[in-house]
Design a protein around this ligand. Structure first.
Ligand code: CA
Length: 230
């Protein structure tokens, strides 16, 4: 029997704990819950969970502080589970080292998909050399992009941006993270250059750039690329 995947849920709301625990146990995960940030930190150390689901509004400390503490010693995936709808709080969580976030209320299938994505990215030896989703294929080594078998020509910057998104497919990347990754830390922090390049990429890879199939905008936060089937 394969060992179950361990999920640590740091959340003080009992009804949400029950809902998540029931859903995940039905999906054959093992779930441990912590009702405070302090308990969550100590259980992370003792259980070494495969994925941590972290509420931002905890009774004893701010979830972002829990995340900051976790990131000093563990790189295990953290998905922020938040009732907060403010974009900047999601951006803060992602830039503090969260792998993803999910906004309450959410459905079971969305939660499961986020957990699978987080697990896939936490296993380094499964790093794919090919991105494939629907009709789009990116061969990272050959630097070849095809859509329905036709080669797509991108500029150097466009290629770097698309590769960054494809290597992190299924996860949202913040504007700040992308700007820093491509143009470095000293770039002007308005996102115009990023938006222009993303619009050009969409024009080349999307049938209808206004209703994208491959690269989605998370308004006020960043971009998320359709998860690779590889
Ligand atoms: Ca809470």
């Amino acid at each position: 029997m394969t060992p179950k995947i361990n999920i640590l849920l740091i959340e003080d709301d009992k009804s949400i704990c029950n809902f998540i625990t029931t859903s995940l146990e039905a999906g054959n995960y093992r779930v441990t819950t912590a009702g405070t940030g302090k308990e969550g930190l100590s259980l992370t150390a003792s259980l070494c969970p495969d994925v941590i689901l972290l509420d931002l509004g905890l009774p004893d400390m701010d979830g972002l502080d829990v995340l900051t503490r976790l990131r000093t010693w563990t790189s295990n995936p953290v998905i922020v589970v938040s009732a907060r709808t403010k974009e900047e709080e999601k951006v803060n969580a992602l830039d503090t080292g969260a792998d993803d976030y999910i906004t309450k209320p959410f459905g079971t299938s969305e939660l499961m998909a986020r957990i699978r994505t987080a697990l896939r990215h936490s296993r380094p030896n499964t790093h794919a050399r090919i991105y494939k989703a629907k009709d789009l294929v990116i061969d990272f080594e050959k630097r070849l992009i095809t859509l329905e078998g036709r080669e797509i020509h991108l500029t150097q910057i466009e290629f770097q941006l698309l590769t960054l998104l494809a290597e992190n497919s299924g996860r949202v990347l913040t504007y700040g993270y992308m700007m820093n990754a491509i143009w470095g830390p000293y770039v002007d922090n308005n996102n115009q250059i990023l938006r222009v390049n993303m619009a050009n990429i969409r024009r080349k890879i999307e049938k209808n750039p206004a209703q994208p199939t491959y690269v989605f905008t998370e308004i006020g936060i960043g971009y998320r690329m359709l998860e690779s089937e590889n």
